[in-house]
Design a protein around this ligand. Structure first.
Ligand SMILES: *[C@@H]1O[C@H](CO)[C@@H](O)[C@H](O)[C@H]1NC(C)=O
Ligand SMILES: *[C@@H]1O[C@H](CO)[C@@H](O)[C@H](O)[C@H]1NC(C)=O
Ligand SMILES: *[C@@H]1O[C@H](CO)[C@@H](O)[C@H](O)[C@H]1NC(C)=O
Ligand SMILES: *[C@@H]1O[C@H](CO)[C@@H](O)[C@H](O)[C@H]1NC(C)=O
Length: 440
């Protein structure tokens, strides 16, 4: 904010400078006009001096005639000059715009600083280490075309300076604060990735080795395998029993591996597609690697793993140790929100699945970017299995169906179903879709 005050007068100064130059230019060109005009008038009056002969009226008329034509000539000359002044004006204006642009372009660092309303001086030392550029010890690198490197953090982080400072306050080399909930809130506001820290996360006391694979896929891990501080529940039993309690929890029943999780994706009916049926749409064995976005406790990846398909499961830890739980099953968790660009190269994944996470709570702009990103990472012929997308009836045909078509996916399957548990009059809908990235 302080930087804005600093910047404004400079811009003002710049533009007054240009205005002054413009004014000089105008005065100059106008002077030229006047001089030319006066020169003509002079030549007219000197001609007039010859007129005081009494004998020749016709000569007088002639002189008058020539004066008249000279007058017309000077009029057109003036018009001409006016034209030139006008076009000079336009040129000066264009130059001013261009110069202003160049001036801005020549100050990229200051501009970035302005954009976030933050000055390096206000950063704590730990934050500087984590955010500001570092010189490459071996000098200029053609790979990055630079001799320095900026550690990446989410652009939105710098909008939350107080939270960021709090996050970066800890004992260097010691134990990190248990601030998972706070840190995750920052991530969900767009501070993603978070800056790195020089501290050790709190470690569980009495940690036991994980259950061996493949039993781990369907086993509840030991309570001593994680830190419970960030969660309302303090044991896996509590998480499993949560399904019986009233209240809203994310993925309320998905820690109970003997309950509904056990039968997910095994049958194919309506909005519920079966894994077998989906895989059968492609040549046997051609679906090998993929991603489950917002995959809860990891059951989709577990079912795929049983078919020798490797799925990475992205998940947040919303009042539950989802990432730890997925990992304890012997599956790969990834702690990223749906706002972040997927860390995969283009045209690489065979399948992307997502259930309940993508829905109308996401702003249209972010959803469209997410869908394009999914399209990007899928290989040609790769599948996007959208499982239970929730929305209003009016949005279904007006917003979402056209959006999915616009991205460029080919529809393999498309099912809609009205959600009636909160009342038919609510006009709430789900749709499930199997979409394919075109081959060419
Ligand atoms: C005045 O000059 C025009 C050409 O400039 C000519 O056509 C016209 O005949 C002249 N008139 C007289 C009265 O000389
Ligand atoms: C030049 O600009 C002035 C005012 O901007 C306008 O009145 C005039 O018509 C213009 N002249 C020409 C030849 O475009
Ligand atoms: C998975 O791979 C293992 C080892 O290659 C093989 O024995 C097993 O039959 C495969 N399972 C399926 C469902 O293809
Ligand atoms: C959407 O459009 C289809 C026809 O294209 C129609 O059958 C369906 O009822 C519409 N759905 C909603 C929720 O309006």
């Amino acid at each position: 904010m302080g930087s804005e005050e600093e910047d404004d007068p400079r811009k003002q100064h710049l533009s007054t400078n240009f205005k002054r130059k413009l004014l000089h230019l105008l005065i100059f060109t106008n002077l030229v006009t006047i001089i030319i005009f006066i020169a003509h008038t002079f030549s007219l009056s000197s001609n007039n001096g010859i007129l005081y002969h009494r004998d020749s009226v016709s000569q007088l008329l002639q002189e008058l005639n020539s004066t008249q034509s000279q007058l017309f000539a000077s009029y057109s000359l003036i018009a001409d000059l006016n034209n030139k002044i006008n076009s000079t004006n336009l040129l000066v204006q264009a130059l001013l715009v261009e110069l202003a642009r160049q001036h801005e372009a020549s100050l990229p660092v200051e501009k970035e600083v302005d954009m976030f309303g933050i000055l390096p001086d206000s950063l704590s030392d730990e934050l500087k280490l984590s955010v500001l550029p570092h010189k490459l010890p071996l000098g200029y690198s053609p790979r990055s075309a630079s001799d320095e490197i900026y550690p990446p953090i989410g652009a939105a982080c710098l909008r939350f300076q107080h939270e960021l400072s709090r996050y970066m306050t800890y004992d260097i080399g010691g134990e990190c604060p248990v601030d998972d909930v706070f840190a995750q809130k920052l991530m969900l506001k767009g501070c993603e990735p978070l800056p790195r820290r020089r501290c050790h996360p709190k470690s569980p006391v009495g940690y036991v080795e994980p259950t061996p694979f493949p039993e781990s896929l369907w086993s509840t891990p030991s309570d001593s395998s994680i830190i419970w501080d960030p969660y309302t529940c303090k044991s896996y039993k509590c998480l499993i029993d949560r399904k019986k309690l009233p209240g809203m929890y994310d993925c309320k029943d998905c820690f109970d591996l003997q309950g509904r999780e056990k039968s997910r994706w095994l049958h194919d009916r309506g909005l519920n597609y079966g894994i077998e049926q989906v895989l059968q749409t492609k040549p046997a064995g051609s679906i090998r690697i993929g991603l489950d976005i917002g995959g809860g406790s990891g059951t989709f990846a577990a079912r795929m793993r049983e078919r020798n398909i490797t799925i990475i499961t992205s998940s947040m830890n919303l009042d539950g140790p989802f990432n730890s739980f997925i990992a304890s099953r012997g599956l790969i968790p990834m702690h990223v929100s749906i706002s972040q660009r997927l860390p995969f190269f283009e045209n690489t994944l065979d399948i992307v699945h997502s259930m309940h996470v993508l829905s109308n709570w996401i702003p249209d702009g972010i959803l469209e970017l997410t869908l394009y990103d999914i399209f990007r990472v899928l290989r040609p012929g790769g599948l996007f299995w959208l499982d239970h997308f929730f929305c209003q009836g009016t949005q279904l045909n007006q917003t979402y169906a056209p959006m999915f078509d616009r991205i460029g996916f080919k529809r393999v399957r498309w099912n809609t179903g009205k959600k009636v548990d909160r009342g038919v009059e609510k006009n709430e809908w789900y749709f499930s879709a199997l979409l394919e990235k075109p081959m060419t």
